[in-house]
Design a binder for this molecule. Structure first.
Ligand code: ZN
Length: 275
């Protein structure tokens, strides 16, 4: 089916991960995850707006269990389907503040100008506002919500120990996770400690928002290695230009988005190393 921005939404066939998790993908843009436990169903991110959000809401309603939404963070492509859910929407207090403040408003204006389908979006913040980490006891599965800043300060990843499955949100991505834009030195520290924390977990399956579902945690390792090398080389470089020569963009050739973000992250790392 077609959803916002005329992107196609599909339910991915299970590739070997636990059958209690469904992966819903929109174009090449983003994924949401539905987790069916004994006690309730969790929707980890609500996608792009009322069309994609309605698909998720309809899908989970079929199971007849209570539905909990968890917002991974306040970037538009993860929570703009919130308006389709009438029950509890969990997220950090900071996520609600960002959605209700300038950050949320400006994203909505920008995206509405890019495509008319976004004009139907209503900004709905979490209504169960967490001040930190928490655990959801699904009965058969334990869902640990991990506060994992670096990509955004309000970021929640989700780890399920019984099935050694990590849903890292946007904190792990192909070719690299994107860094927040608030304070270069703090953001870089947080990103590395978040990735180190993931690496210490037992992970059989890694289900990312912006990377294909995959077994093992190689992508966590390579994202961490990316940031460690960047920080080391930034220390040794006498200019941003020399840093970018020593740490060139190595993502897909045609991915301007990542190429530009690589340049931005290099500038941030150099600024952090040379205050
Ligand atoms: Zn994001």
């Amino acid at each position: 089916m077609l959803v916002e921005q005329d992107l196609s939404l599909e339910l991915l066939p299970n590739g070997g991960w636990d059958s209690r998790i469904e992966v819903v993908q929109v174009g090449d843009l983003v994924r949401s995850h539905l987790i069916y436990t004994e006690n309730f169903t969790v929707v980890y991110d609500t996608l792009l707006g009322p069309l994609s959000g309605a698909f998720l809401a309809g899908r989970v309603a079929e199971r007849g269990k209570p539905v909990l939404v968890v917002d991974s963070h306040s970037d538009w492509d993860h929570y703009w389907g919130n308006q389709c859910f009438s029950g509890p929407i969990l997220g950090l207090q900071l996520t609600a503040e960002r959605i209700l403040g300038r950050f949320g408003r400006e994203e909505l204006v920008k995206k509405s100008g890019e495509h008319p389908s976004y004009r139907a979006v209503k900004l709905v913040p979490p209504n169960v506002r967490l001040s930190g980490e928490t655990v959801l006891d699904g009965g058969d599965l334990t869902l640990q919500l991990l506060h994992t800043p670096g990509h955004r300060p309000d970021h929640l990843a989700l780890y399920i120990p019984e099935i050694r499955t990590l849903l890292p949100g946007d904190a792990v991505e192909t070719p690299f996770a994107l860094l927040d834009e608030s304070s270069p030195s703090e953001d870089l520290k947080q990103m590395q400690s978040t990735l180190q924390r993931f690496l210490a977990l037992d992970v059989d399956w890694l289900l990312c928002n912006h990377a294909p579902p995959q077994a093992g945690k190689d992508l966590v390792r390579s994202n961490l290695e990316f940031y460690r090398r960047l920080v080391t080389l930034a220390d040794l470089s006498d200019s941003v230009e020399s840093l970018m020569r020593q740490f060139p963009y190595e993502g897909p050739e045609d991915a301007d988005f990542y190429r530009q973000d690589h340049a931005r992250i290099c500038k941030a790392a150099w600024a952090a190393a040379h205050p």
